[in-house]
Structures are given as structure tokens and as C-alpha cells.
Design a protein around this ligand. Sequence first.
Ligand SMILES: Cc1cc2nc3c(=O)[nH]c(=O)nc-3n(C[C@H](O)[C@H](O)[C@H](O)COP(=O)(O)OP(=O)(O)OC[C@H]3O[C@@H](n4cnc5c(N)ncnc54)[C@H](O)[C@@H]3O)c2cc1C
Length: 408
Amino acid sequence: MMKTEVDVLIVGGGLVSASLACALGQAGVRVCMVEASPLRTDLPPGYDERSIALAQGSQRIFSGLGLWPTLQDRVCPIHTIHVSDRGHFGFTRLRREEEGVPALGYVATARVLGKALLDRIDELEGVEVLAPAELIDFQVGEAEVEADLLVDNNPVHCTAKLLVAADGAQSSIRTQLGIETTQRDYGQTAVIANVTTDRPHANVAYERFTDTGPMALLPMTEQRSALVWTVRSEQSEALMALDDAEFLARLQTRFGYRLGRFLKVGKRQAYPLFLLRARESVRPRMALIGNAIHTLHPVAGQGFNLGLRDVATLAEVILDARRNGRDIGGSSVLERYADWRQADQQRVAFFTDSMVRLFGQTLPPVTWIRDAGMLALDICPPAKRWFGRLTMGRAGRLPRLACGLDLS
Ligand SMILES: Cc1cc2nc3c(=O)[nH]c(=O)nc-3n(C[C@H](O)[C@H](O)[C@H](O)COP(=O)(O)OP(=O)(O)OC[C@H]3O[C@@H](n4cnc5c(N)ncnc54)[C@H](O)[C@@H]3O)c2cc1C
């Protein structure tokens, strides 16, 4: 049987895992990343055409990982965020000038981000990628984790100091560990597609709350916009089945003419939406990151950004421990990670969940109060600063990478 010995075994090869492999690999940590699906395909959930709004803090993390020079020409900066309540009077805007930043965030497709990460990983000697491969079983020992993998139907035995579960919302590792979760099915599905309009997007990201759920149009390169259209789950099949002309006509009625006429729509994909939060994020010699701990509604585009801050924090505590000659899978190291991440994970999950619930209400006086709140946010600088910090991923105590510092 083939054997491999590394410092960190990462299970999952999505965007969050690949970011951790990059962060650790370039600091000289030996990593093995195991992904069940073939990599470098355009298949969901990993590296598809779905657009990801990167917060400003995530841009800093990618800079710290040396990826920004590759990414900067393939992402579209957001200069303004325009939030409105369809059929009501409330709206609010966030502008880059008010925040004193070159961009409030950036939009990239998961495919572009994934390719940049995998290309970088290919250059790192200490990172081994096994895909398609699966974790079959693992045992946690005193000083190591022993894992049995299946790579192309061949058994491989892997020994590591730490096992990181980055295996997504349906994490089998989390289930095997008996970690409890809280879950809420939103009864909504996000239909996503890239669209072309006859008016330039002018780098404005639109978030519109509607009676079936939020709708976002994010600016993309080549003057396209990324549509995230949330509908009640029972309506999604019919929306997916429409031909392109009917779909565009329906979208036009729903969104209006702020971007002119909708001319073209690319491939559509549907994602059922739910909230999932794991009650624990560490166990002896094990850490959870990304969607395996928190799967959020895509309103406000926070899920990957939050996962990237898990990555930056876990990489920092691992490297600090290594520098001080401590065991990287030791309980004090993992507890430091879990404690540090708790407030941010709680805050962002609460924020996105509250937005979905608040804007899901259709009856006055709730609608009046929330619209008055949006207008107040628009004209009240301290409230706007708080909203800006949260949206840009700059709230709370940040890891070094998210402050624009490198890990060394
Ligand atoms: C419609 C939509 C729009 C979104 N927009 C945004 C946005 O604008 N901004 C933002 O920040 N976030 C956004 N998100 C959220 C973001 O996409 C996710 O948070 C992020 O992709 C999660 O990455 P992950 O690596 O944690 O999990 P995943 O991408 O789910 O990756 C987990 C991987 O683990 C693999 N795996 C599972 N089990 C095993 C096993 N036993 N062995 C080996 N491999 C295994 C899976 O094959 C998968 O590739 C959006 C999400 C949706 C649905």
C-alpha cells in the first residue's frame, strides 16, 4: 500500500481548502489535499461559473498569498453597492469614496479563483494533491492522525499531525465526529447566471430585496453582470425550464431598467439555500473550516469570505506554533483557532440570517420600519461605517493576512 506522511491533511478541494493549501504550502508546511471530484473541471460546487463577491479583506488575503497579481486583471472592482427594497421606498448605498478604499470588493468567478489557486499549488513542492480521491476512514492517535484514502481505487495511507475538514456543507467528517449542527431550510433556491445588459454596470453591485427573496446583480469583467436570483424553491424548476428569451423577459420585469435591457443570459444553475452552523469547530487533532462549519444564504456574499478568514486564522496559529517548536495539532493551538473565529462566524451568520428574515416580511409596519432603517443607514455615517466594515470583511480582530501582512 502507498504511504504518505505530511504535517496537515486537508480533506476537500474546494476554494477554501485550496486557499489553506496555498497558505501553508508556501510557508513550508507539508500538505496533502484530498478532493473527491476531479479537479480543473467546471463542475459545481467547486470551480464553476458562479460569481463570488470578494470582500476587501479577502483581496488582502489573496495579496498576502501572492495571488493578487494573477487575479487582478480577471476580477471586476465594486465601486458602489446599491441596496433596495422592491416595491417599497427603502434603499441605501455604500460608495468606495466614503470608505476611502479603491474598491468595496471584487467579483470573480469561482472558476477563475480556483484556477489561480490550483496553478499556485502546482508550484509548491510541499503540497500534494490527490484527486479524485476520498477519505475512507481515520483514527486520531496521541501524536498523529492516521487516514485511509482511496485514490483511483488504490488504497493510500496518510499520517498527519492535523486533519482539516474542508469537506463542505455535507461534511462526512463532521458527521463521523458527531458534531451537532443547527440548520434552517430557507425554502428558497438561488438561480444563478451571467447576463449581458445594454447599459454599462459602472461597477455598481445591486442587491434588491423582493417578496420571493433577494436578487443580486454583481458587476463582472467584459461588461457582464452576475445574477443571483433567489426564488421560492417551488418556483425554481419553472424558472430553470424557461427558454432564454422568456427568462430575460421575466428578469426584466423583476429587476427593472437600471441596467437597461437584458440582452443575453449564460448557463443557469440552481442552488437550494439553507443555513447550517456546526456547534464545534475543533476536536483533538482536527479542525473544521469553510462551509463545513458555516453554510450561509448568499445574500450579501459572505460565505467564502468568512471561510477565507478561517483559512487565514488557522494558517496563522499553525505557523506561530511551528515557529515556537510546538505541536501544530495540539489542543492549545486548535483552541486558539476556535476561540478566535467564534465571534466573526457568529456575527456574519446572524447578519445574513437576519437580513433574509427581515426582508422576508411583507406586512406593514415591519416593511415601513425596515425601509426607514435603510434610509437612516444611508444618511447616518456611524451606521454606514459599521455596515461598510461588515460588508468589506473588516470587523473584529483580524488575522495577519486579512490586515495585508504576510504570514511570516
Ligand atoms: C449561489 C451562491 C452564491 C454565492 N456567492 C458568494 C459570494 O458572492 N461571496 C462569498 O463569499 N460566498 C458566496 N457563496 C458561498 C461560497 O460559494 C461558499 O461559501 C464556498 O464556495 C465554500 O467553499 P468550501 O471549500 O468550504 O466548500 P465546497 O465548495 O463545498 O467544497 C467542499 C469540497 O469537499 C469535497 N469533499 C466532500 N467530501 C469529501 C471526502 N470525503 N473526500 C474528499 N473530498 C470531499 C467536495 O467534493 C467539495 O469539492 C455563494 C454560494 C452560493 C450557493
